[in-house]
Ligand binder design. Structure first.
Ligand SMILES: Cc1cc2nc3c(=O)[nH]c(=O)nc-3n(C[C@H](O)[C@H](O)[C@H](O)COP(=O)(O)OP(=O)(O)OC[C@H]3O[C@@H](n4cnc5c(N)ncnc54)[C@H](O)[C@@H]3O)c2cc1C
Length: 401
């Protein structure tokens, strides 16, 4: 593996960094305080091509590779987690799922406008009564002639009130002997009759982002909107999570970097006992752990991105990358506050926002506990990944550009 960035990857990194640092960083504190998503974020990300980075040009994308998408996530979350969440759901959990599992017609109808940023996409898996235990989904999809009738409540859905499309999972077979096999996935336009959405307020973090609920009451969709076969919903949701988790891992790496940079700056500025606090070994220890976490998290996500580029199954490596980076980013943010002393405890400095934002990522896209179970399962030989009917396509520069 050679992780020297190509000219194209460096160009993406630079473009996204400029956008996040120059256009978002100056205003993010106000939007976070007001618990609103800045209205310019989605249109501007669309305009810059960020919403379609890693999709073939023939599907409206920019023809870049999966590592470029990871680099973009790192740059976005180095400024604010809410920016990276957009890529996690719009690209990782939805559009990449269509690239992997969708028919040609579904790619043209859903993926292309999403990659162009004309339509925004979200992912509806979690329900009020179940999150980690996906087999507990109670939403239903009942077949009637050439249609399905969808019913149920989805909760904690990022971009619920901003999205036009949702990749939604419901139960088509309540009698399946294995409840995982009774689930199917659908691409649903959220302007269909019977759809209601709303925002959740009062969150600990990602306050400048949009998190909400989606309710379906007798929502009719044509059979052509089912993605994959009946009964493949669990597998599709899990492969979407393989992609979403990759974006979370890369983003959390950016958050660690932001904590490190803020801590270094403050350690040089702040004086105590007649010297800058960076001279104290206990402060140096905190900085050194951040360096270690950043470098390791970066290698983990680059490896996962490299595997995606090559078309190699990476559920195990992506889970490890996500678990490590999110736990480490929470730790880094906590220590960054400690380095800032009382000032870190107020929103005068960014580090308190980093801590609030970092906590969400150890919960969504598989809690840290779920990733520990997965890693132990692989190590003990209880868990193995069988090949899928549709694998994520490897990056192919000839075909994609
Ligand atoms: C900001 C935010 C954005 C989100 N965005 C989306 C989205 O866009 N789409 C979507 O579908 N969902 C989204 N979610 C939901 C998220 O994926 C779930 O919260 C997550 O999967 C955990 O589910 P839960 O909250 O129901 O917790 P539970 O599954 O109820 O877990 C509660 C606790 O029990 C632990 N636990 C559960 N099972 C086990 C076990 N077997 N062994 C050990 N411990 C266990 C968990 O680790 C956790 O600590 C979002 C959540 C947040 C906070």
């Amino acid at each position: 593996m050679d992780f020297t960035l190509t000219d194209e990857q460096r160009m993406v990194q630079h473009m996204v960094r400029e956008f996040a640092q120059k256009e978002v960083a100056p205003v993010i504190k106000d939007f976070d305080r007001n618990q609103n998503m800045a209205p310019f974020i989605l249109p501007r990300m669309a305009e810059l091509g960020i919403l379609g980075i890693c999709f073939p040009i023939c599907y409206g994308g920019q023809g870049m590779d999966y590592i470029s998408m990871g680099l973009a996530c790192e740059e976005l979350e180095a400024v604010d987690t809410t920016l990276r969440v957009v890529l996690s759901v719009h690209i990782g959990l939805n559009s990449m799922g269509i690239l992997q599992w969708g028919t040609e017609e579904q790619k043209n109808l859903f993926l292309t406008p999403q990659a162009r940023g004309e339509k925004i996409a979200c992912f509806g898996l979690t329900e009020p009564g179940c999150g980690s235990d996906v087999a507990g989904i109670t939403s239903t999809a009942r077949r009637q002639g050439g249609e399905y009738i969808l019913n149920g409540e989805k909760m904690w859905i990022s971009l619920a009130t901003k999205a036009h499309h949702c990749l939604w999972v419901g139960r088509t077979n309540p009698d399946a002997s294995d409840p995982h096999e009774g689930l199917s996935a659908f691409l649903v336009e959220l302007d269909r009759p019977g759809v209601k959405t709303g925002d959740i307020h009062g969150k600990l973090g990602v306050r400048a982002g949009s998190t909400g609920w989606i309710s379906f009451q007798d929502v009719r969709v044509p059979e052509q909107n089912r993605i994959g076969e009946e009964g493949e919903g669990f597998k599709i949701a899990m492969s979407c999570l393989d992609n979403g988790r990759y974006t979370v891992a890369a983003g959390a790496t950016g958050l660690i970097r932001a904590c490190l940079e803020a801590s270094i700056k403050y350690s040089h500025e702040r004086q105590a006992f007649g010297r800058e606090i960076g001279k104290f070994q206990l402060i140096q220890q905190k900085i050194s752990y951040m360096v270690q976490s950043y470098e390791a998290a970066r290698l983990f996500y680059l490896r996962a991105g490299w595997m995606k580029n090559k078309g190699i199954r990476n559920t195990r490596e992506t889970s490890l990358a996500k678990w490590f980076a999110t736990d480490a980013s929470f730790q880094a943010a906590s220590e960054a506050i400690q380095i800032h002393g009382a000032y870190g405890y107020s929103d005068e400095y960014d580090v308190e926002r980093y801590l609030r934002n970092s906590k969400g990522a150890v919960i969504y896209e598989g809690t840290s506990e779920i990733h520990q179970l997965m890693q132990a399962g692989y190590a003990l030989g209880y868990r193995m990944d069988a090949s899928l009917r549709c694998e994520l396509p490897a990056y192919d520069v000839e075909k994609w550009q």
